[in-house]
Design a protein around this ligand. Structure first.
Ligand code: SAM
Length: 409
């Protein structure tokens, strides 16, 4: 089992000055940080994590569209907080930030507009054992399920679909959505099942399909079946869940003492979070590109009992609208962060690096009570090309994370 990172860490968070100095002096992977000021924004460019580094904790291995690597929040949690501090993500997705915070003995808080996020994150913030999962699965009455949606037979063998329906009934009793009392083991089983709905291997409930975070339509699945000349085989639902649980728990689970709070709602309206209560936010918003939420998540929503049409995912086609959204989000961050608390606001590259979103974030923070410390660029190709601008030579942008660093006044 991995030892929790808290044991090999400083017990004190860095100040902004020492943090920036450390970034400047960073050379863990053999390259010195390049510093550059572009349009008045101080950039710090290096390969700060990923290559040459150990793998993330196994409990992160839950698929979610546009998730970031656990090394990203780990980098900031490590340097900018101490055990017991509150770490938050207003766009938590699969919960990479709160889960990493919990593993490092920090208080784990998060929010997302997508109700699936709480279902994917909450079970991984609590201690759990494989034995408990196996015992709970034995209490499911697999004969109870009846096929309600014939169209799903494009994905599942009739016996598998009956078992999934039986599991849904069992979950509705043990871990009802929005219910007061959620059995943590049932919650875990639902999280794993949501991740096994469709995929390419026998490790999933479906026949050959696409990954569960990009479920194809029934029509497209029928075409896949026809092309391959196959129909979905019967799967042992309990065995699939147990196997994936074993992989997830390979490195252990969250320590028991973690305090957490997860919310479902808009990132600019975090009324469940008290003023000046957060030490560090590590987050990544939806980018300009349009996410087809209902199309991507319909199968997961069916299993969990969520109506995808009720989820108001943000879509911002223009840079102006996106910047205005980020401004509102940062204004709410200014409310919930304690004085001197930090925000690490990650944006990837969109439209092949033609739009530099970090500049829009920088602008969006203007006039808010933050000290804008700089933009960190984690460039995985740094050692090869040292070109993180992408646009300069008309080439495809390199694979970078761009993180705007803000400190609350
Ligand atoms: C880039 S993803 C974040 C992924 C996350 N960092 C992870 O590792 O899983 C952006 C997230 O923003 C969420 N989202 C979109 N609009 C939102 C809003 N108005 N308020 C809160 N969350 C929103 C999406 O559901 C999605 O999970």
């Amino acid at each position: 089992m991995n030892q929790l990172s808290i044991f090999d860490q400083d017990q004190f968070a860095a100040t902004a000055e020492t943090f920036i100095d450390d970034l400047r002096a960073f050379d863990e992977f053999g390259q010195r940080t390049v510093t550059e000021t572009v349009e008045g924004i101080p950039y710090l460019i290096n390969e700060f994590w990923t290559a040459g580094q150990r793998q993330a904790h196994s409990i992160h291995e839950v698929s979610y569209r546009a998730c970031f690597k656990a090394q990203l929040p780990e980098f900031f949690i490590n340097r900018l907080t101490k055990p017991g501090d509150v770490v938050f993500d207003p766009f938590m997705g699969r919960g990479t930030t709160p889960v990493q915070a919990a593993l490092m003995g920090r208080q784990a808080f998060g929010n997302d507009i997508n109700p699936l996020s709480v279902l994917l994150t909450r079970p991984r913030l609590r201690p759990i054992t494989l034995q408990a999962v196996a015992a709970a699965l034995q209490t499911v009455d697999w004969s109870r399920g009846e096929i309600e949606r014939e169209d799903l037979l494009a994905f599942y063998h009739p016996e598998t679909l009956r078992k999934l329906e039986a599991l849904r009934l069992w979950l509705a009793e043990r871990a009802p959505l929005g219910g007061e009392s959620v059995d943590p083991v049932a919650d875990w089983i639902r999280m794993v099942a949501i991740n096994r709905l469709s995929g390419h291997s026998p490790g999933f409930f479906s026949g050959r399909s696409m990954p569960p975070n990009q479920a194809v339509s029934v029509k497209a699945q029928l075409k896949i079946n026809e092309k391959l000349g196959v129909s979905p085989p019967d799967r042992d639902v309990a065995a699939v869940i147990l196997k994936k649980s074993k992989t997830l728990l390979k490195d252990g689970c969250a320590p028991s003492q973690v305090r957490s709070g997860l919310h479902t709602g808009a990132a600019w309206d975090l009324r469940g979070i008290a003023d000046a209560s957060v030490d560090l936010t590590v987050t990544s918003p939806p980018f300009l590109d349009i996410v087809h939420y209902a199309a991507d998540n319909w199968l997961r929503c069916w299993f969990a009992g969520i109506d995808p049409e009720t989820v108001a995912i943000d879509m911002h086609r223009t840079e102006e609208a996106w910047t205005a959204m980020v401004h509102r989000v940062l204004a709410e961050q200014a409310r919930i962060l304690r004085p001197s608390g930090y925000v690490a606001f990650e944006v990837g590259e969109v439209r092949n690096g033609k739009v530099l979103l970090e500049r829009l974030v920088w602008k969006a923070a203007e006039g808010l009570p933050f000290n804008r410390l700089g933009v960190m660029v984690n460039d995985q190709e740094f050692t090869k090309t040292a070109n993180c601008w992408g646009v300069d030579n008309g080439a495809k942008g390199t694979n970078t994370n761009r993180i705007v660093l803000l400190q609350r006044d």
